[in-house]
Design a protein around this ligand. Structure first.
Ligand SMILES: Cc1cc2nc3c(=O)[nH]c(=O)nc-3n(C[C@H](O)[C@H](O)[C@H](O)COP(=O)(O)OP(=O)(O)OC[C@H]3O[C@@H](n4cnc5c(N)ncnc54)[C@H](O)[C@@H]3O)c2cc1C
Length: 386
């Protein structure tokens, strides 16, 4: 229906690029406007679950994405001493549902695959949008250098700090989760590392996650309770992190010792209080701009990729674009809200510091049957792309 229309996508992150590819493959005219002046191989790792893999299958680029990452066999949660509290056999579940459900990839490698599939000339770098106005026939977008562009429709994929969301919904709320996070990718791996497993260790002083990547690389993250924008913690280097996680089981201290200060990426963990609207006439919010979540379920990018595959499919049917934007909002709001809320709760429990609560939580985790994790994976992968 909208193939004669001009679509502008604001933001060339995972969501924006996935959407551009999905739409271009269906014959839509798309231009992506990205704030960054150049594409640099930055960022840490990402865990992508079955829904993201299925969404990439729907878009038609899953083989290239899977080739650029690693499929792992199990997910474990451990206590500070290294005792396993819960294990998910991802390989077995993957075979049962015929889907990859524990996949890791370096962000830069995912970006490289996405850029390779984008139509030449459709990405404009150094085009940070500073304002926009919509009228009955188009949207005018202004950029930081004072230039402007017009489009019939805009899809705002401009991330958690979205300019579009802030202007369209000034009352929307960015929520600090109460913990801060360091991440890094290292290439010098401890010999005791299990390369088939992603793991999270939940201790009294914080949480440490380990996710092997392809090509003998490792992605790790560490979450510690802190005040928002805590000056002392934001200045932590490897030495301070090593001190903080000194009592954590092997190979966590070794991983930190093998990390260099310049490899650390630090940020506070935030999400957006679930929104009631994504569609605003000729403008649609998508990805983190619409439903940024805490990373506890590893679902932020997965939902952005789902959005991309679903929106491209919905735009291809016979409805008008305005109606499709509203139908997208109706379809997506319940699922994304559920995940944002569950992820928020999971983060609170995982970051508990009270010893008694931790003992109870760990005992409960040990008693939880594998079928519960399997149910969760079924919910995650059970997404309809139509
Ligand atoms: C610590 C951490 C770990 C995470 N781990 C995982 C994980 O394992 N699995 C997972 O699925 N998700 C994970 N996520 C979430 C994931 O990173 C995001 O959900 C995902 O990047 C969202 O994609 P997006 O395209 O919507 O936004 P972004 O990736 O933020 O992209 C937005 C893009 O818009 C551009 N932009 C912003 N403003 C403008 C503007 N005004 N004009 C033009 N361009 C603009 C930005 O430069 C950027 O390129 C994690 C997040 C964090 C913080």
């Amino acid at each position: 229906m909208g193939r004669s229309k001009r679509f502008a996508i604001i933001g060339g992150g995972i969501g924006g690029l996935s959407l551009a590819i999905a739409m271009q493959r269906k014959g839509f005219q798309v231009t992506v406007y990205e704030n960054a002046p150049s594409i640099k191989p930055l960022g840490a790792g990402l865990g992508l679950a079955a829904n993201a893999v299925r969404a990439f299958m729907e878009i038609g680029i899953s083989e290239d994405v899977l080739e650029a990452g690693a499929v792992l066999k199990k997910i474990t949660i451990k206590n500070q001493q290294g005792k396993v509290l819960a294990t998910t056999d991802s390989e077995k579940i993957g075979r049962k549902y015929n889907v990859v459900n524990n996949f890791t990839i370096h962000r830069a490698d995912l970006h490289e695959v996405l850029l390779r599939h984008l139509n030449e000339g459709s990405l404009q770098l150094g085009r940070g949008c500073t304002d926009f106005v919509q009228n009955a026939s188009e949207v005018k977008i202004t950029f930081q250098d004072g230039s402007f562009a017009t489009a019939d429709y805009v899809i705002a994929c401009d991330g958690v700090h979205s300019l579009f969301r802030k202007k369209l919904l000034p009352e929307s709320l960015l929520r600090y989760a109460g913990y801060t996070c360091w991440r890094a990718v290292i290439e010098d791996l401890p010999s005791s590392l299990d390369l088939n497993e992603t793991s999270e260790t939940w201790g009294a002083g914080g949480r440490f996650g380990i996710a092997p990547l392809n090509n003998n690389r490792l992605y790790w993250f560490a979450c510690v309770n802190a005040n928002e924008n805590d000056q002392q913690k934001s200045a932590y280097g490897v030495k301070e992190l090593l001190k903080h996680f000194a009592e954590f089981h092997s190979p966590i201290p070794e991983i930190l010792r093998k990390t260099k200060d310049h490899q650390l990426i630090w940020n506070d963990i935030v999400d957006i209080k679930p929104l009631k609207r994504f569609a605003f006439g000729r403008i649609l919010l998508m990805g983190d701009a619409a439903h940024a979540t805490t990373p506890n379920m590893g679902q932020g990018a997965c939902m952005a990729i789902e959005d991309a595959a679903i929106l491209a499919n919905m735009l291809s049917d016979s409805r008008s674009v305005d109606e499709t934007f509203l139908a997208f909002e109706r379809k997506r709001i319940h699922r994304t809200t559920t995940i944002v809320k569950e992820s928020w709760q999971l983060g609170r429990v995982a970051q508990w510091e009270n010893k008694l609560l931790i003992t109870l939580r760990d005992a409960l985790l040990r008693l939880t049957p594998p079928s519960v994790a399997e149910k969760q994976i079924r919910f995650i992968q059970d997404v309809s792309f139509q």
